[in-house]
Design a protein around this ligand. Sequence first.
Ligand code: NDP
Length: 242
Amino acid sequence: MPSHPHVLITGGSRGIGLAIAHHFARASYGCTLVSRTPATLKAAVSSLPGAQHTSITGDVTDPSFWTPSGIGASLPPSDRISVLVNCAGITQSSLFVKTEPERIQEIVDTNLTSMMIGTRYLLRKGYFGREGNRTIVNIASLLGTHGGHGAVAYAASKAGVLGFTRALAAETGRQGIRVNAVVPGYVETDMVKGLDHASLSQRIPLGRFARPEEIASAALFLAQNEYAHNCVINLDGGLSAV
Ligand code: NDP
C-alpha cells in the first residue's frame, strides 16, 4: 500500500460510503472500498480523484471474508490502515412480528456483527500499526437512538453500533486508536428510495433529507480531529428534537 494515509470503507460502493470515499480521496487519502458487487465497485473506484484507490469484493457478513485467505488475500497485514469506516448496512421496512427470523439475523449480521468481527480482525492483525493518527468511524442511525416504526431489528442493530463504539473506545484509546460514530437521520440514497420523502421531510425541522456529502464531511472531521474519541455526531436535520 502506498505512503498516503489509507481508509478502508465497507459499503463504499454507493450512497454514504461512496460520498465518504470522495471526501477522503480529495483529502489525499488512498481508499479501499468493500462491497458485494464488482461492477458497482469498479465504477466507484474509477469515479474517485487520484489513482491510489482500490476495491475488494466481499460479503461482510461472511465470517470467512475476515480471514487471511479472505480480505487478507487482497490486503496483506503489511499494509497500513489509518481509518476504518464501517458503513455497510441494509435496512428494514416490516413490522417486527412479520419479519422472518432469517431477515432479523441478516439485518443484525450486516449492520452490527460484521462490524465487530471485521474490526476485531483488522485490530488483531495489526493493520492500524502502532503510531500515527488512526481512527475507526462507525455509521449508526437515528433509529438506533430513537426507534422507528417498522424498523425494530434495524434500530436494535444501530443501537448496538453505538454500544460497540463506546465500549471499543474504552479499550483502544491507550493505543491511540480513536473510535467514533456518525448518527444520520434520513439521507438521500438508494436505501430510502421506497420511503415517502414528502411526508417525512415535513417532520424534519430543516425540511429535507441530508445529502450523502453532509454525512461524509463528518466522517472526515472525525478522522482528522485528533482529540475526537468516543465522539458521536448526530446529523438529522433536527429530527431528534421533535
Ligand atoms: P446504500 O443502500 O446506498 O448502500 C449500502 C452499501 O452497503 C452498498 O455499498 C452495499 O453494496 C453495501 N453492503 C450492503 N450489504 C453488504 C454486505 N453484506 N457486504 C458488503 N457490503 C454490503 O445505503 P446508504 O449509503 O444509505 O447506507 C450506508 C450506511 O448508512 C448504512 O449502514 C445505513 O444503515 C446507514 N444509514 C443510512 C441512512 C439513510 O437514510 N440512507 C440513515 C442512517 C444511517 P452491495 O449491495 O453492492 O454489497
